[in-house]
Design a protein around this ligand. Structure first.
Ligand code: HEM
Length: 137
């Protein structure tokens, strides 16, 4: 999200005018700072996708009994996929304000979902989340 803000603030939104390549290359000329910031934004988005995929796999392995954790991990990955698609649309639409604003809104939703997931896994570790609820008395 910080890199996205930098892309916007520096006016680097169309420094890579094509997608998924940048100037027709997987790795463009990174000596141009505007191209570099836009390309790194995309590369970090890809890394984030892989991390959220690993998060879902681990949620299924370690938190299978905790449906909220599995649901949040699934939602985060799906929302991230939609976010990357919206990122591509910002390029294709030549920075249409509605698309860019939606891109910012969805980024906030992905962050919120991943944050709640992280907090939940700390306050409800696997051994407690899978345990049956205690009966009062
Ligand atoms: C983890 C996934 C991503 C996140 C969290 C994310 C987040 C953001 C954020 C917060 C902004 C600033 C928006 C604003 O201030 O209005 C932004 C801008 C931008 N993002 Fe992303 N982004 C992601 C992936 C992508 C991808 C994959 C692309 C391209 C294929 C992309 C292209 C852009 C562009 C071009 C801008 C600048 C828009 C402008 O200059 O008006 N983003 N992004």
């Amino acid at each position: 999200m910080v890199l996205g803000g930098a892309v916007k603030a520096l006016g680097a939104g169309l420094a890579c005018p094509d997608w998924p390549l940048c100037h027709g290359a997987v790795v463009p000329n990174l000596a141009d700072p505007l191209i570099a910031i836009e390309w790194v934004h995309r590369a970090v988005a890809l890394a984030t996708g892989l991390i959220l995929l690993a998060t879902l796999v681990l949620a299924l392995l370690w938190f299978r009994a905790d449906r909220v954790v599995v649901l949040l991990a699934s939602m985060s990955l799906v929302a991230l996929g939609a976010q990357i698609t919206l990122g591509a649309l910002t390029i294709v639409s030549r920075l249409d304000p509605v698309v860019v604003t939606s891109h910012l809104a969805l980024a906030t939703a992905v962050f919120a979902s991943a944050l709640v997931l992280a907090v939940l896994t700390v306050v409800r570790p696997p051994e407690t989340s899978a345990a049956p609820a205690e009966t009062p008395g």
